[in-house]
Design a protein. Structure first.
Length: 304
């Protein structure tokens, strides 16, 4: 590598002086720029720049959102508005966006799950540098899934404030590999306050997981009474069924959550008429002997 360009990287004003590019990033930065500067003009046109972003393997579920992000990133990089990005502009973008997007996604998600005061500051810092809150981990969890699972209501609000209505709204209902939304995570773990905020911010209460279950199903199966009360108050129907015909009442009964079952019976005008695909209504699953037989079959199946 030439000493000349290395000095330029080191001397470039950093977005965060406490976290400059390391040696490997400097090398990667230069290599990436030269790789896509096809005409060796020392500048990238918009098409070349799109190829750079493709090399980062940053993907969005919504193509329109990805196109918007690419345009916004281009506009930020082209600081002198000459419709080109020269190497100094590229360095600034690399420091602010490319490096943290690759390096700090895991750190951001962990901070959202912890939600301590120092974590809130870290979240602000990383998102300010360009970490994308809607990038997922191996299970399909976004930052919002992590915050919801641990009831970090302050983190949910912070993400909404930092990202703005449109960006935050675009991944508010993102579903993980099992089809779970952040609302389902919060509901299952009994975080009523977090559920309330998510719904206030626009979370869709009607979405279902791959098993066909809503947030109400998951809250009922765990006996989360305050969450069940809240979801019912938001118009969720106790009669909604999953992929095998189970209602939230079936889930509560099978999990031996009698207090939740009573609430659901009171809300369901046809609780006794809801028959699952095995031909049973909820009361069949309240039978202790039957419940033990079901549990034994499930254990045997899992062992196999």
């Amino acid at each position: 590598m030439s000493k000349h360009w290395d000095e330029r990287v080191t001397g470039c004003e950093a977005t965060l002086p406490t976290d400059p590019l390391n040696v490997d990033e400097k090398i990667k930065c230069r290599e990436m720029f030269e790789k896509y500067d096809k005409d060796q003009s020392g500048q990238l046109n918009q098409e070349e720049f799109k190829n750079v972003l493709g090399d980062l393997n940053i993907k969005f579920d919504d193509p329109s959102l990805q196109a918007k992000w690419i345009q916004e990133t281009w506009d930020e990089g082209d600081s002198d508005d000459n419709d080109k990005i020269d190497y100094m502009e590229f360095i600034a973008l690399y420091k602010k966006i490319f490096a943290p997007a690759n390096r700090h996604g895991t750190k951001l998600r962990k901070a959202c799950g912890r939600g301590n005061p120092e974590d809130l500051e870290l979240i602000k810092e990383l998102i300010g540098r360009g970490c994308y809150a809607n990038l997922t981990d191996g299970a399909g969890f976004t930052t919002l899934h992590h915050a919801a699972e641990y009831g970090r209501t302050s983190v949910v609000q912070l993400l909404s404030d930092l990202l703005g209505k449109d960006t935050f709204g675009s991944f508010l209902d993102v579903q993980d590999q099992s089809g779970w939304t952040a609302l389902m995570n919060a509901a299952s773990h009994g975080h009523a306050e977090t559920c309330q905020l998510l719904v206030t911010l626009g979370a869709d209460v009607s979405l279902k997981s791959k098993q066909g279950r809503t947030a109400l199903h998951w809250a009922a199966s765990k006996g989360r009474e305050p969450v069940v009360d809240f979801l019912l108050s938001k118009g969720m129907k106790a009669e909604d069924t999953d992929n095998v015909g189970w209602t939230a009442l079936h889930c509560a009964t099978m999990a031996n959550k009698p207090e939740v079952a009573k609430k659901l019976i009171a809300k369901s005008k046809k609780s006794g008429e809801n028959i699952d695909y095995c031909g049973y209504n909820y009361s069949r699953y309240a039978d202790e002997t039957f419940a033990k037989e079901m549990a034994a079959k499930k254990k045997k199946k899992t062992t196999k």
